[in-house]
Design a protein around this ligand. Structure first.
Ligand code: HEM
Length: 463
């Protein structure tokens, strides 16, 4: 199928059919970057996983040794089915990825350009992973509170004003900003804010885990534009986001905490990084723990951070699989309180068509105090009122359950720990110093004089 061009979601079925018709794969290739690409395709247009043929092909990819093609659960979700994620953690281990690249390069009998792209993606993943753990230890200590005291003394105040102004007309924005920070800060370089990059690759924003659900981007733009007037080319977008998330948390009721700064902005943003870099609501506790551990967080810190789900909400599509046709024996997820499930069904009726899925509303995690950061999230989990499967899953894990119980009983302790974990979140994979990244003047675009990264590396810095 070399030379054929595919555009947009509708072609995913054709891509899969073409792959299955034209290519044969051995075991190595099945666990190679090709799978990343497929996963990425599905993450771009997930409702198609419900259509029989791609589902069959996907199932065969993931369970090549099964005699009978296993069923991928027929659930309406914008996110990938859990099976899809089983192999993903392996892909970011540098040694394995390197081995896979070699194996794939030796054996793949497919279009050279596709192979080049796959190798490129894997090398980017390896470079990022190899630098990440070292960076977390070394660069975090180079961030400091009051970083802009001499270069832009009003920096934090300017950000606070922008957040406060927006919060006054829309208090739900606090949730949006906190999530925006989390979704960037599994690699805090403001890459989530980019609309495009010089490489032309689809950016993080365009992945289904972000997409239309990201909020607060305009608040960052407003803060940044005020900062550029006050102190041009001085305050990074990554720091603006960290300050804004803190201000959002404070407006939602948390005590204002100090934010170490000095981050620089990245010039790479890849939608293909998102599926393995952010948690899915279909994740088990083990999946989540592994993901957070890779970013340097303990299971306890993970449970503490999940308390952010006491503000804001989720679109029906992220949890409606728990309400209808849940399993062969249960219509709804038995882990969910039945009255709560009945209430959610009234808010999220079963969509008649795929188009209706997109029209479904967003439901508050905690309807009583949806704009206040508090421990209601943990109390809800104890009574089967966790909205996402990944939330409620915390109660099934002995260790996570114990932390949930402690947090539910001690709101002040949770607030302290949450603030600490938010600061730590802001230290993940940061760029610091003159040689790494840049100070973007517009958070949506890299600076005009940016060199195009070569294999993820830009002259003078990494990613
Ligand atoms: C532990 C695994 C996590 C999973 C699986 C997860 C998943 C999700 C999903 C699916 C949504 C709904 C998006 C939508 O439909 O609009 C959401 C919303 C949200 N998440 Fe998470 N999340 C996780 C952890 C976190 C963490 C660590 C934070 C922050 C520290 C966070 C903050 C938020 C907030 C504030 C919202 C509401 C956003 C809004 O209302 O605009 N989440 N999350």
């Amino acid at each position: 199928f070399s030379g054929k061009s595919y555009t947009g979601d509708n072609d995913i079925f054709s891509i899969l059919s073409d792959i299955s018709r034209n290519c044969t794969f051995n075991k190595h290739e099945r666990s190679s970057g090709i799978k990343v690409e497929l996963v990425h395709l599905f993450s771009l247009s997930p409702p198609l996983t419900q259509i029989a043929e791609p589902r069959r092909i996907l199932a065969e990819w993931y369970f090549p040794n099964e005699e009978k093609t296993p069923e991928i659960p027929n659930k309406i979700s914008p996110f990938l089915p859990p099976q899809t994620f089983r192999a993903l953690p392996n892909l970011i281990l540098p040694e394995e990825s390197a081995a896979v690249v070699v194996a794939a390069a030796a054996a793949v009998t497919m279009n050279k350009d596709v192979l080049t792209v796959l190798v490129f993606l894997l090398v980017v993943a390896i470079a990022r992973h190899a630098t990440a753990s070292v960076e977390l230890r070394e660069t975090a200590s180079r961030l400091r509170v009051g970083y802009y005291n001499s270069t832009c003394p009003k920096a934090e105040e300017i950000v606070r004003e922008a957040v406060t102004a927006r919060h006054a007309v829309d208090p739900t924005i606090a949730a949006g900003l906190i999530r925006l920070y989390f979704h960037d800060c599994f690699g805090c370089d403001a890459s989530i804010l980019l609309d495009e990059t010089p490489s032309g690759d689809p950016v993080e924003k365009s992945s289904s885990a972000n997409g239309f659900t990201l909020r607060g981007l305009d608040v960052i733009d407003a803060a940044k534009s005020a900062l550029e007037s006050a102190c041009p080319a001085t305050v990074s977008c990554a720091d603006v986001l960290a300050f804004a998330a803190r201000d959002a948390a404070a407006l939602a009721g948390l005590r204002r905490y100090a934010v170490p700064a000095g981050r620089r902005d990245g010039v790479v943003s890849l939608a293909s990084d998102v599926p393995s870099g952010l948690p899915s609501p279909a994740y088990s506790v083990d999946n989540m723990t592994a993901l957070f551990a890779r970013k340097g967080f303990s299971p306890a810190e993970m449970v503490v951070l999940a308390g952010a789900h006491s503000v804001g909400g989720a679109h029906c599509v992220a949890f409606s699989n728990r309400l209808y046709n849940f399993s062969a024996t249960a219509e709804q997820d038995p882990a969910m309180d039945a009255t709560y499930a009945a209430h959610l069904r009234t808010l999220c009726p079963l969509p008649a068509t795929l188009a209706d899925v997109a029209k479904q509303p967003k439901v508050d995690f905690d309807p009583r105090t949806a704009t206040t950061l508090d421990t209601s999230y943990y109390v809800g989990l104890q009574t089967g009122r966790g909205l996402l499967a990944s939330d409620q899953a915390l109660m099934r894990d002995r260790r996570a359950r114990a932390i949930v119980q402690r947090m539910a009983q001690d709101p002040r302790k949770w607030a302290r720990k949450f603030a600490k974990a938010m600061v730590k979140l802001g230290e993940v994979e940061v760029l610091v110093g003159d040689k790494e990244g840049q100070i973007r003047t517009d958070c949506r675009f890299v600076n005009a004089d940016t060199d195009i990264p070569f294999f993820g590396i830009i002259p003078g810095g990494i990613l």
